[in-house]
Each structure stands twice: as C-alpha cells, then as structure tokens.
Design a protein around this ligand. Sequence first.
Ligand SMILES: Nc1ncnc2c1ncn2[C@@H]1O[C@H](COP(=O)(O)OP(=O)(O)OP(=O)(O)O)[C@@H](O)[C@H]1O
Length: 537
Amino acid sequence: MKINSNNFNMYEDLFHKLPVGIILINKQDNITLINQTAGEIISSEADHLIGREIQTILKNPSYEQVKQLHLQVEKKDTIKETNQHVVTTYTPFLSNSDTLDGVLLVMESLDNFKQKVSALTEADFYHQILQELLKTDLIAFRILQTDGIELFSSELWKSEMNDDNPYFVDWVDQLAMKTLTARRERSDRYQVESTAMNAVDIITKPIKREGMLSGCIQFLKKEENSALKQQLKITAQMLRKLEKTYQIEDIIGNSPEINIAREQAKIYAETSAPVLLRGEKGTGKAMLARIMHMTSNRKYYPFIRVNSSFFISAADLKEAFVSISKRGGKNGTVYIYFNEEPSILLQNKLLSLMENQPSIRFVFGVKEPSQLAEWHSAFLDELQRYQIVLPALKQRINDLPLLIDHFVNHYNQKYDTQIRKIEEDLMDCWKTMNWPGNIMELEDKIEQIAKNISSFTETVGIDTVKNLPKNPNTYLEKDDDGLSLQMALDQFEREYLFNALEKHQYNKTKTAKALGVSVRNLYYKMDKYKIERGGVT
Ligand SMILES: Nc1ncnc2c1ncn2[C@@H]1O[C@H](COP(=O)(O)OP(=O)(O)OP(=O)(O)O)[C@@H](O)[C@H]1O
C-alpha cells in the first residue's frame, strides 16, 4: 500500500477513530502525526507524543529497511513505559514523486491481534461451540468432526449414552450423520422402550468455520415432563383398568396381527351387528369386547358379560335376558363368552333372541381352538359375518417388550416397586416360552414379581424370578390337560364364583351369602382370580 500526503488528508477524521494505532514518523524519526488509538495503546495523550522520537516510545523500533528499500516490515515490540506487547507494521509514506516522506507505523496490542487471528482460525470453531453451549442449559453434549469421529463429549453425555441400548446409540450416530450430510439442524425424539421411562430429544447442529462445515454438536435433552406425563398416562390407564372402561389405546402391541384386530374393533364398534371374538384364553377377548362397547354410542348403557355355561336351559336364557333388560342392558352390549361348547338348542335360542332383541349389541367370545365346524350353520353364519381373531402371544412375540413395559409400569404403581428393566436372560427366556395363558399369564407373572420383589430392585433377571414364591394362579401356565389337582380346583373355583356372581347380578352380599363365605373373602377370591368387580359398567 502506498499512501501520499494528498490522499492522507482526506481521511484525517476517520484516522483518529480507527481501531488500530497509527503513527506517522518523519525521516528524522520524530512523530509528526498520531491517532487517539495509538495514544491509548502507549497510555499517553496523543497530542503530547507529537515531536517525540519513536525510539523513546518503543524498545526496538526497526524501519531501516522501510526507509532504504521502501518495504513493509512487521514485527513484535514492547512499549517502553508500560511494557505492553504490541505488533507493529511499518509502511513507507511516500510523496507524489515516490520519494520517502516518512514511515507510517500501525500498532496494535498483541492481545487484540491474537484475538483477531484466532477468530479466523481454530478459535472460531470453539467460539461457535461456546456460543451454542451458552444459549442452552443442556449439558449433555458431544462434538463430532465431519468424518463422524467424536472430538469431545461431556460426562453427562457419556453417562446417558451407556451401551445398554445399542439401538439408541446407533440412532444418535445416524442423526449426526444426517446433519453432517445435509448441513442442517435436526431435532428428533427417541422413546426409550426397554425402560419406557423417558423420551429423549437429540438436537444436532452443524458447526461451520468460514462457511465450511467443520463438524457438528449434539445435545441430549430428556423431555422434562416425560416422567410426569408417563405418570399421568399410567394413572389414567390404571383407573380405566380398575373401572374396566378401556379405550382403544389400552390395547398394547404393534404387531400386524394386533393392529388388524384394533382396526377391526374400531370399525365394528360403529355397527350394531353381532361380532365374534376368537382367541386363546387370556388374549384379550373380554377386554376388546369392552373396548368396542366403550367406543360405541352405547357406552352410557351397561356392558354385561355372561358365560354361556350360565344358561343351563332355555328358560335360564330367557330369565337372564329379562334380568338384563331390567338392568338397563337393552341398549347396551352383552358379551357372551362360550366357556363351553354351546348345545344346538342354546345356539337356536340365542339366534332367535338376537332377532327379538335388536336393540342389544351382542358380542361373542370363543376360546381357540374351538369346534366351530360343529356349530349350527345358521347361528355360525350370523356370528361369523364380523369376526376378530386375537393372536396368541407367541404369534406376536415382538410385542413382548411393549407389553412388559405396560405391565411393569402398572404394577410398579400398584406395589410401589421400581422395576426399570427386565434383564436379557429373562427376556430371552420369555421370548421362547409358549405362553398358553397369553397376555393374562404375562400380566400375572409381572404382578407376582412386583408383589414379591424388594422395593429397591430395579432390574429383574432369571435369578431374581427363580427365588420368588410360586403364583397360586399357576393354572394359567399349563394347558388344560396338564392341570395339577390344585390348578384344577382353582379353575373350578373361579368358574363357580363367576357363575354365582352372575346369578346374583354382581351383588356381593347376596353372592357371598349364597356361597356361605364372608364378603371380604369373596373380594379376596375375586382379586385372586382376577374376576371383575363390576360385571356391569
Ligand atoms: N392387548 C392387550 N393390551 C393390554 N392388556 C391386555 C391385552 N390383551 C389382554 N390384556 C390383559 O390381559 C388380561 C386378560 O384379558 P381378557 O380377560 O380380556 O382375555 P380373554 O381372551 O377374554 O381371556 P379368557 O378366554 O380366559 O376369558 C386382562 O387383564 C387384560 O388387561
């Protein structure tokens, strides 16, 4: 750069305000012009420095080369009075005829200079990171290079990214890759299913240096209210379970089989046609019948469940429906569960009842495998028009983790336990089991664990389960032909209680009296055999 006396005058105003110190030195080494910034760096009034020899101010001024060869020189120096380090640039100050008028000295404190340099290099990168960190209160974070290699991660990040859930770690890595490829910020949520406790948000931001992508920063944020939300969800589900007022979302599972059943239930709920529910014991037939009732416009009328064995004779059937009508069931739903093969006579009676009671919505449940082929064809035709098949648990074993989560949450609440995780060994074992009692059996197992485990236990493995007392309701675990005497007795007692309750329209005092037991004992047994307290909703 060449400056001459003409063009210099044009910039005199600006001259004093420049962020760098500027000094004009004449050929005799005296200061002839100095701006305010230079005065500040030297710690003196600029005007007082006019006329001073530059050697009296700087320790090692060096501009011989500038004078002789008209070259620009840059070097570090020190202010004599303050010992402040400065960076100096000497430039020849030339006349119109290119002869030397003097030397222009640009001076800047070394600290300022470093800041500027670093702003253009590495520090810019870290500065951005710092800015991002200051903007947020998230302290679980990590920084990656463009090739995906981790440069740094905070302790909190490390603890959140434990190797227990490789899918999650992999998912987070993939998010980083997406940001690095697309050079755009992304936020995604992960629902931790193995523990079902929290949703985790990962925010991934690109970091650019001089417009070029130089990496990314990832923040991890656990959804603040997720624990509370989860709590509310569980409580609402518990209430619905207690009141048997299930909703469609209470059907847990994502497998295609259960998705189809769920969709069918939604559609059929809107009609009044009879529906046949088929499935092994404990697959959720009664639950689905209730859900269909609760999602239909009959929900304000009663839901009445009757076992087919209750209708010993046609007269019983008639009597039952008179009683159902009296209980307001006329506009409600009647769920008839074929707990034994219905006689042809009963089938005919039911068929004519359905024709005569058009306002009642009939849902039938049949336990698989069943002898449907032997049923009366007219009755079967009527029932099979709308049927839903509920898959056995072993047919939708991929739903096991979701179901486990659901029941663990439920029984954690009920028994004040803190189970967070089912260990892999137990999970593997459960995945290969036959589950003849299906969801009911699984629920029962988890209840047994929660009931008997210490309230501090967080993980449950095979060893934990082995040492627990056996469930008295083990009849759920075996096929009918393999029942021990105790199991058979339990099963008989359950059926017997159920029928007695139905006979007395779920009036506990009357039922207890008829059975010759106390009301308390009746409640205990209902709880033991998971018999609904209401029977009517
Ligand atoms: N998909 C599901 N999601 C959540 N819970 C379920 C599901 N299916 C069943 N359950 C639970 O399993 C238990 C048994 O269900 P339910 O009594 O409806 O089965 P079922 O097929 O009618 O049995 P059974 O043939 O022995 O009468 C219920 O307590 C219910 O809460």
